[in-house]
Design a protein around this ligand. Sequence first.
Ligand code: B12
Ligand code: SF4
Length: 585
Amino acid sequence: MSMRAFKIVLIKPSHYDANGYVIQWWRSTIPSNSLASVYGLLSECAADHVLGPDVDIDIDAFDECNTIINVRRAAKQIREAGAGFVGLVGVQSNQYPRALDLARQFRAAGVPVVIGGFHVSGCISMLPKLPSDLQEALDLGVTLFAGEGEGRLGDLLRDIHAGTAKPIYNHLADMPEMAAATLPILPRRIVTRVSGNYTSFDAGRGCPFQCSFCTIINVQGRKSRYRTPDDVEEIVRRNARQGVTKFFVTDDNFARNKNWEPILDRLIHLRENEGFKIRLLLQVDTLCHRIPSFIEKAARAGCNAVFIGLENINPESLLGTKKRQNKIWEYREMLQAWRKQKVMTWAGYILGFPTDTPESIARDIDIIKKELPIDILEFFCLTPLPGSEDHKKLFVKGVPMDPDMNKYDLEHVCTGHAVMSKAQWEGVYRDAWARYYTEEHVETVLRRARVSGINLSKVVNAMIVFSGATRIEDVHPLQFGLVRRKSRTQRRQGLPLENPLIYYPRRVAEFTGNVAAWVRHARRFLAIKKRVKADPAAFHYMDEALTPPVAGEQDHIVEAFADKIPKTHGAPTQQAARPQAVAAV
Ligand code: B12
Ligand code: SF4
């Protein structure tokens, strides 16, 4: 039988920096689970010969965060194969302008293009009409894929192969079950482009909560869906066979995964009885410490860093966004429970809730530093992300929002604020990083790590990256990688290509300047680490954040917000804020 070819090129687009250059690195730091998922689904289609026994499906996958895409070569490969398409994968709103620029080039070369991910799904799920940027894609002849791919990609491939692909595939009304869903696995050659050879998988999707700034509930639904422990074990075993044992579990809240315990038990078994060197990065909520054995088992299963959706410490702000599940009076106990298991804690903090002012934010960061034993804190601007309730409300009311989706990366201010001007809000974002990562606080965090037995190198390295990424590279740490790459020829549509004689000398100066800044910055933090390591007193360090809460006594953090704590079940009884407690921070 003579074989025909069908070539698929998957690209996870990055996004543009302030000068219109693609943000990409020699090595990225966080793997793309969307790429792993879609690659897994298409590999299954290839193995099942969904286009017939005589059609050979060949798939390439690239994460643009760590690879410069050669558009001409990819288009040529598809044309030479005689059939195929480019899939732009997991496209978030901030990546959509870049995706559209790539799509434009591929369409000009006559190649079919499909775009999937949160921007397409979020807009189609929430907005009363198609926004102009999605319409622009349709006008280019691009296919939009809304909803999840599990169980649907065979039909899509058959349509593309037959030349009958529809403009829009909308599967949002029908969420696929995760039990026995296809496994998200990338080949080792793609995983090794991520620093530390981390890969990822989602053990579940959907979230029962209702935060108004969140897109997840409107795209993946409020009903939680889970992979089986068998499938998770298989993901780990198959990755381990190719030498990959470090995983970012991308569930927005693994603590609410119904199968968390059997999954962790399997991983514990693999580590303790079969010698797997598993490392896990988990995302959890602020109430996870209430689940018996959860934290202990997570640590035994290899979790050495955990991301906690703290979002804010002001109960009024949390309530305003329907984040009712965050109970600030339990934060310290929860953080201490992770420290007891020697797990590094990493929390996200959102700036720009309606009641926030520059002064209140500065005060809140100081409270956190003094009273909560968090290691890494990262900041975001509250952003009306397409797909969220916040975005829908503003869109429907016609409230001005920045039309440039490239800025919806949570580092830019995209809409107005009740109290702060745009400049104030932007200033607050910049200052927040500097306010948290002072040398004095780096030392405090390292002393806390020393006394808690948390790996000092891991903490200091993370602090170097999180405090330096925005200042030195002007990118959020979640977009950071090792050694910035900048292709002169891959510039945002509408911006001119710069003269090489001007571009390259400037680029060399910028690159060497940044390397020198990183070296200086790292040296300062490493000197602090050396000092803490050499100090025997560090083993007996104690401060308010490390002091276990005493039953019946109220924390300062609770006192500071006493009048804002809603009367909900389990909340501490309201008392007037003690003036000296507020003054102390
Ligand atoms: C893991 C994660 C990351 C990781 C990795 C990214 C990734 N996509 O894997 C990291 C840490 C890098 C990251 C960073 C950011 N993230 Co993020 N991230 C997530 C998270 C938690 C999981 C992503 C995931 O794996 N989902 C599961 C996959 C399988 O779903 P999916 O991408 O939708 O893909 C399915 C379908 O859409 C479809 N599909 C997707 N692509 C394609 C392509 C084709 C051709 C087809 C046919 C089908 C198809 O099939 C897939 C399988 O079913 C999501 C929340 C969530 N629950 O999804 C947020 C989320 C995607 N992130 C978000 C944001 C805002 C960011 C940041 C901008 C903010 C920040 N500073 O944190 C940065 C930006 C970084 C950058 N510019 O690259 C938002 C995006 C919202 C929006 N409207 O854009 C989300 C939804 C969270 C939220 N706050 O609401 N993120
Ligand atoms: S922000 Fe987190 S907790 Fe809130 S609805 Fe979204 S996924 Fe759930």
